[in-house]
Design a binder for this molecule. Structure first.
Ligand code: 5AD
Length: 360
């Protein structure tokens, strides 16, 4: 869909409820046309909260001494993968604080290949595997891809260089983040990125620029969520305000992204479900078509405190809410992003290809 930058900014700035409800109806229509009413699932295992990065907004930052660090064993991850299969969730996402050493990459590669081996034993396609473990080298990304991971999430956080730099220490470089996104794409991953909404100093122009960034980078998956200030981080003390409400801002950004990119996968983030009880419902209406039910063992959940008071919802709870508003969980379907296949002109496995791509 063609939308000008000023039109998008006007939508983001508007406080008119009618403009919001018309935006949601348009986004929902596009989503139903291109992707139907299915919601894909990724069982999320937060296998370690150890992090070498020091992002100013994140509770897992290495300088935060107030959390207990943990690392789940390979056996425990495999058990959860098995549980994921039993629930009928066809994909798994492994997430952790940012890792760097080859030893840790070896660990993840071993776990990935064991999950592939174990889950395909019955002759099925097995579990789809998403990774979200931060900035690595080209060779390390390649190694994990060869081990069997095929999706990777690495948020840009903000596509504005100076806003990015204002929320990260100098040694975490914007260009390095871009290089990583390039490497992932080059290797053949389905690549996901995203931002936080409501950051101190973030304007609606920044957000419009973020939407352009996603389109220009030709991403396959998008994860956007509200910024939730964490008291044990430096950004908590920032006196700068954001130009937009983090909840409504996220809903509007999801809807605009869906209009611009009808065939990507877009997650309804846990942060969105944490900030407002209607997060899941509105997130799906705005075009979100992926959820990530949490499979992290209970004893560790509280320590994966990217932000505080993260909402945990039992799987069947999520399922009934999804179904109550007319959507349907896609049991047994990997649910790869249509966009990835369309771009490479390869037939979408087991799903008819529909509609057109996107343009600005
Ligand atoms: N509020 C919301 N999201 C956060 N993240 C990190 N810290 C916060 C926070 N305080 C998000 C970032 C990161 C992802 C793993 O979690 O976007 O990429």
């Amino acid at each position: 869909m063609n939308m000008s930058a000023t039109y998008m900014k006007r939508i983001l700035d508007s406080s008119d409820p009618e403009s919001l409800s018309s935006l949601l109806s348009q986004a929902e229509k596009v989503r139903l046309e291109h992707l139907g009413n299915e919601v894909y699932m990724r069982g999320l295992i937060e296998f370690s909260n150890i992090c070498r990065a020091d992002c100013f907004y994140c509770g897992l930052r290495k300088s935060n001494q107030a959390i207990k660090r943990y690392h789940i064993s390979a056996e425990e991850i495999l058990e959860k993968a098995e549980f994921c299969m039993d629930l009928g969730i066809p994909s798994i996402a492994l997430q952790s604080g940012e890792i760097s050493s080859d030893r840790e990459v070896d660990f993840v590669a071993r776990v990935v290949s064991l999950i592939r081996e174990q889950s395909t034993k019955d002759g099925s396609a097995g579990l789809g595997i998403t990774l979200s473990i931060g900035e690595l080298t080209y060779a390390q990304y390649r190694r994990l891809f060869d081990a069997g991971a095929h999706r990777y999430l690495l948020r840009i956080e903000s596509s504005d260089r100076s806003l990015f730099q204002s929320i990260h220490p100098a040694e975490q470089d914007f260009d390095k983040r871009l290089e990583c996104l390039d490497a992932l794409k080059d290797i053949g991953y389905q690549v996901g990125t995203g931002i936080m909404i409501g950051l101190p100093g973030q304007t609606t122009w920044h957000l419009v620029q973020d939407l352009y960034f996603f389109v220009q980078r030709d991403i396959d998956m998008l994860g956007m969520g509200p910024y939730l200030p964490h008291p044990d981080t430096p950004l908590y003390l920032s006196s700068q305000r954001a130009a937009i409400d983090p909840f409504i801002g996220t809903i509007k950004m999801l809807a605009l992204a869906r209009l611009l990119m009808p065939d990507i996968n877009m997650v309804v983030s846990t942060a969105l479900q944490t900030i407002d009880a209607d997060g899941l419902k509105l997130g799906m209406r705005a075009g979100g078509n992926v959820i990530m039910p949490l499979l992290t063992p209970e004893e560790y959940r509280g320590d994966y405190s990217i932000y505080i008071n993260k909402r945990f919802r039992p799987f069947y709870d999520l399922q009934s809410e999804v179904e109550a508003v007319g959507y349907q969980l896609a049991f047994g379907k990997w649910g790869d992003p249509l966009h990835y296949y369309r771009n490479r002109k390869i037939p979408y496995p087991g799903q008819r290809s529909t509609g057109e791509g996107c343009s600005l």
